[in-house]
Design a protein around this ligand. Structure first.
Ligand code: ATP
Length: 219
């Protein structure tokens, strides 16, 4: 049995403790060998990030210093082409081989938006999906199918409700809701607080805050 690899993509504009706890609690709950943290370059389905890919990459690297279970993958941030998760997963599937379980880690908000993603139905052939609760988004993970769009619910009904063991015994295709400490932290909240001149200390690592302040980001 091969230990699963977690994949956490995002704009990380900036990275914060919501992201880091998601990675850490998924590691424990799903027995992940490693999680790849993948800052996007040009995200195709959302607003253009406020900061350059290079800054978001630098902040991600600062945030995970001294944590060997998380590795920053710079490929999307360094690419000039739009960041599509399906292409990233194809690349990682080729790198890790057909048998290795890959687990895409998503917050509840990101999961609910899946049908807007490029070639989203193909994601299930490439990876499992683990969905974490997120304050302000549909109540409990186990009730997602009732609250989702029809397309997503239809696609997910046979895959939904896997347990952590199933994620280890197959390479892709199952959906596992999991509970994490609810943290009502978002990058947009942090950007708004900074723009208003308010403190964001303890919402994100000090090293990331130092980088933001010394580079005059989000001011
Ligand atoms: P923004 O506020 O700019 O939309 P964000 O805080 O949602 O940003 P992203 O980079 O868009 O951050 O998120 C990357 C991934 O992390 C997504 O799957 C998202 O659902 C998840 N995530 C972010 N914050 C949390 C949180 N507080 N709890 C659970 N999941 C989270």
């Amino acid at each position: 049995m091969l230990a699963p690899i977690g994949i956490l993509g995002g704009t990380f504009d900036p990275i914060h403790y919501g992201h880091l706890r998601l990675a850490e609690e998924a590691r424990e709950a799903l027995a992940l060998e490693q999680t790849l943290l993948i800052p996007s370059g040009q995200p195709p389905h959302r607003e253009v990030p406020q900061t350059a890919a290079g800054d978001r990459l630098a902040m991600a690297r600062l945030a995970i210093v001294a944590n060997p279970s998380i590795v920053v993958d710079p490929a999307e941030a360094e690419s000039a082409t739009p960041s599509y998760s399906v292409l990233t997963l194809e690349r990682l599937r080729a790198k890790f081989g057909p048998a290795r379980p890959l687990v895409l880690l998503l917050g509840a908000d990101a999961f609910a938006g899946l049908p807007s993603w490029h070639r989203w139905r193909e994601l299930f052939a490439l990876a499992h999906i683990a969905v974490a609760n997120r304050p302000g988004h549909p109540p409990h993970a186990r009730r997602f199918p009732e609250t989702l769009s029809q397309a997503l619910a239809a696609e997910c009904s046979q895959r939904f409700g896997a347990n952590a063991n199933e994620l280890r015994t197959s390479p892709a295709g199952r959906i596992l809701p999991f509970d994490m400490t609810p943290l009502a932290i978002s990058a947009s909240l942090i950007r708004a607080q900074l723009a208003a001149g308010h403190s964001v200390r303890y919402l994100l690592p000090d090293s990331v805050l130092d980088y933001i302040l010394s580079n005059h980001l989000y001011a």
